[in-house]
Design a protein around this ligand. Structure first.
Ligand SMILES: [Zn+2]
Length: 404
């Protein structure tokens, strides 16, 4: 199928272009971007007249748990062991649909039980289920009884860590997720303390690099952040700078190192604002101020949501972008980069995804209104093209009644 999108407002993944353009999609690629002239439509392309709205790259959510539901409250280990695998997969199907409907064309699945993530990835790739392109970590690496052990691979020393990475590589995961600190959804784990020593984290990163996999580190406590940065992970999730005992321990020199090394940080703001803000009112402002300082030091953020954890839904990526803009102080362009070009770079897919450019995969969305003046336009997705195919067409009537 060939499409021509006519626009006067294109966000290409870095900047807005406010002039009349025609974007030609042929097969699964962007074939041409050129000035629009009303010259007719000789090559029988489907015309999508998006003038008045904003065209931008398909969104990338760098942190989801696609088989979990935000209303599955309480301790995950309590209900997960009872939940049938079939139900998890069905939840995943429904969530995949919510993601694509909200303009998300690629996700990083950051932890799912047993082989449910693999099954969903295959179902989407084969066109059985509608949803975003899934890059998966499979089962995250954690210590025995550690954070997310109920969906993870338990590895307690350097040899076991090497074996876990090799096992995941054998299963053809897309990246490695591990837990250098404990986490809130596993109460017996210590979210302020480390689960792995520096040398263990170094072994994990070394083995992952040998397998050509990116490494995503879940780190709440400062010591776990420090070990992850020293070992050279690719991105840090949450990055809450929790001190070993209580309160926060922000280390500016480490934040500078994060910026210098080009390590991406996903602060998972939707959960922070809806959940942590209520649970820990006292220190919340400090946590947000630390993110602001990181931004001023040049740390690159990602908008990943942590969708699937309590109170974070699969349509929340736009909310995450909004929070980065309004609460942390990123410009609108910078905030949208966290879900487009920067996200593609973080996952090593910048040659194919994240910008609207000739030769790249045709993942494009159209949102209602002028996104350059109102970040909330991102919440009104009218049209989604993934891999050159139209998958969401809420605005179909609006556009196609204006066929030229
Ligand atoms: Zn998560």
């Amino acid at each position: 199928m060939k499409y021509k999108i006519i626009t006067n407002n294109l966000f290409d993944g870095h900047n807005f272009h406010k002039r009349s353009l025609e974007i030609t999609i042929n097969g699964n690629k962007v074939e041409k971007i050129q000035p629009y002239h009303e010259t007719g439509n000789n090559d029988k392309a489907q015309i999508i007249d998006a003038r008045g709205d904003t065209v931008l790259p398909g969104l990338i959510d760098t942190h989801v748990h696609v088989t979990m539901n935000p209303d599955d409250v309480g301790r995950w280990d309590d209900w997960i062991k009872e939940e049938r695998k079939e139900i998890l997969i069905l939840k995943g199907m429904a969530n995949a649909l919510s993601l694509i409907n909200s303009g998300v064309t690629t996700v990083l699945e950051c932890g799912a039980c047993s082989d449910t993530g693999f099954i969903l990835r295959e179902a989407i790739n084969r066109g059985i289920v509608k949803g975003p392109r899934m890059l998966i970590s499979g089962n995250p690496i954690t210590i025995t009884g550690g954070h997310c052990h109920y969906m993870g691979i338990e590895a307690d020393n350097e040899d076991e860590i090497r074996k876990a990475v090799r096992h995941l590589n054998k299963q053809e995961v897309d990246f490695i997720k591990f837990m250098p600190t404990g986490g809130s959804l596993t109460p017996q784990s210590n979210r302020r303390g480390v689960q792995y020593s520096l040398s263990e984290v170094e072994v994990l990163v070394e083995e992952a690099k040998r397998c050509q996999k990116k490494v995503v580190a879940h780190a709440l406590g400062t010591e776990g952040i420090v070990n992850s940065v020293k070992a050279g992970v690719d991105s840090i999730e949450h990055c809450a700078w929790l001190a070993p005992e209580d309160g926060y321990l922000f280390i500016e020199a480490v934040a500078e190192e994060i910026a210098d090394k080009g390590i991406f940080v996903t602060p998972t703001l939707p959960s922070a604002f809806r959940y942590t803000a209520r649970m820990a009112q006292a220190g919340f402002e400090e946590r947000i101020n630390n993110y602001k300082t990181m931004h001023s030091l040049g740390v690159k953020f990602l908008a990943g949501t942590d969708a699937g954890v309590p109170e974070v839904g699969f349509e929340d990526l736009a909310y995450s972008v909004q929070l980065l803009h309004e609460e942390i102080g990123l410009s609108i362009e910078e905030a949208i980069e966290t879900a487009t070009s920067n996200a593609a770079k973080a996952i090593g897919k910048e040659e194919e995804l994240g910008t609207v450019e000739v030769g790249k995969l045709a993942d494009l969305i159209i949102v209602k209104g002028d996104l350059s003046s109102d970040v909330n336009c991102l919440k009104q997705v009218k049209y989604v093209i993934k891999d050159g195919e139209r998958v969401v067409e809420k605005g179909r009537d609006a556009y196609e009644n204006q066929l030229h």
